[in-house]
Design a protein around this ligand. Structure first.
Ligand code: GTP
Ligand code: ZN
Length: 362
């Protein structure tokens, strides 16, 4: 068997999170490091191994705020020129993170390198802010002492990683977990080839005995599901789904490790900070450089397939979730609304989901 295409990517993700630059291979290889984690040493490495000017690649939505100018959303990535000596670490963090004090120099826009989109994809896969220092790498870098051990990852692999990884999901554990609301419940754990982030299926009763069982595809929400945060409706939706399945006899909840609609817990907390300053849930994600919803529905489709759930009744208010699953080939017999009453704190959040994502509202 050949080396899986995902292997270099999950190694690159680990390096990115530690602030170690990686080489993004393609027609014009780049040396790349995340603005959020690079230290002085990483910046020095990029500087010494570069064959041309470095730039800071941002998502258009973040670049617009840094440059204080409107930028079309369809631009894949925007690059800001970095002159030598390269930017200091504190400024770099402030450019990446709109929750920090926004004191920074005036930047000049420059043409993004060919692999700028792949560089941003690496930042996102690492659940870091999508802001990356990039530079064309010197030919022969690998034989220089400073280049020793730097990881090479093909740009194309970074872009196809979410779908490639979903295809490697497999069952690793299965056990009965009697629940308060559903005594006859089983947990089936799934892992992907990166051995990292794990996804769970919670089976209530025997959904395979029904032609089209109730299924809830629920993205992890540490604050709502576990702590009972009132900012969202996740906790009541999760418990409500399990209760509903127990009452009707059977069903399945897919509990997906896609915290914060796929941006990760830390970025969701940053998005909350921006929401406390007046942005709504969509604009807060965008201000950080993420899309409003970054989830990958291939994971849910692969799990349903592995569980043998061929046709489902989907419990959701979210039209994009329905469309995303249909696009992945899931046979949805019916969309069943799953509306929670506002709790006095999440009213604005629920209203925004209805207005901007088209969610059903009570
Ligand atoms: N980025 C971000 N994520 C949030 C916010 N509030 C909740 N979330 C996340 O949103 C996800 C909720 O997803 P789901 O339960 O699938 O809900 P949904 O997409 O609204 O769709 P349905 O509940 O199925 O109608 C969880 O991962 C939460 O962590 C927020 O303000 N910002
Ligand atoms: Zn939540």
């Amino acid at each position: 068997m050949g080396v899986p295409r995902t292997r270099a990517v999950h190694r690159a993700v680990a390096d990115a999170r530690r602030g170690v630059p990686v080489i993004v291979a393609g027609p014009h290889p780049l040396i790349v490091g995340p603005a959020e984690t690079l230290g002085a040493e990483g910046l020095h490495l990029i500087d010494r191994l570069s064959a041309g000017p470095a730039s800071l690649v941002l998502a258009p939505s973040r670049a617009a705020a840094v440059l204080r100018t409107p930028i079309a959303d369809d631009a894949q990535a925007v690059a800001l020129a970095l002159s030598r000596p390269l930017i200091d670490v504190a400024t770099l963090r402030r450019v990446a993170d709109p929750t920090l004090e926004q004191i920074m120099p005036n930047f000049t826009r420059t043409a993004p390198p060919e692999q700028a989109g792949a560089a941003l994809a690496l930042g996102k896969l690492a659940r870091l802010l999508p802001a990356m220092v990039v530079a064309p790498v010197r030919p022969g870098w690998a034989s220089l002492p400073l280049g020793a051990g730097l990881l090479v990852v093909p740009a194309a692999d970074l872009l196809t990683y979410p779908t490639e990884l979903a295809a490697t999901l497999h069952r690793v554990a299965e056990v009965a977990i009697p629940l308060d609301d559903a005594p006859d419940a089983r947990l089936i754990a799934f892992r992907a080839l990166d051995q990292g982030i794990e996804h769970m299926a919670i089976l209530v009763g025997d959904p395979l005995r029904e032609a089209a069982p109730l299924v809830r595809i629920h993205s992890e929400c540490f604050t709502g599901d576990l702590l009972g945060s009132l900012r969202c409706d996740c906790g009541p939706q999760l418990k409500g789904a399990i209760r509903r399945m127990a009452e009707s006899g059977a069903g399945a909840v897919l509990y997906l490790a896609q915290e914060g609609r796929g941006i990760g817990l830390i970025n969701k907390l940053r998005a909350y900070t921006l929401q406390d300053r007046g942005l709504d849930t969509v604009d807060a994600n965008r201000a950080l450089g993420w899309q409003a919803d970054e989830r990958n529905f291939h994971i849910a489709a692969a799990m349903l397939d592995a569980l043998g759930l061929k046709r489902i009744r989907l419990l959701t208010n979210n039209p994009e979730k329905l469309a995303g699953l249909l696009a992945c080939g899931v046979d949805v017999a019916e969309r069943v609304p799953h509306i929670m009453e506002p709790n006095g704190v999440n009213d604005g959040y629920l209203a925004t989901k209805a207005r901007r994502f088209g969610h059903l509202l009570g």
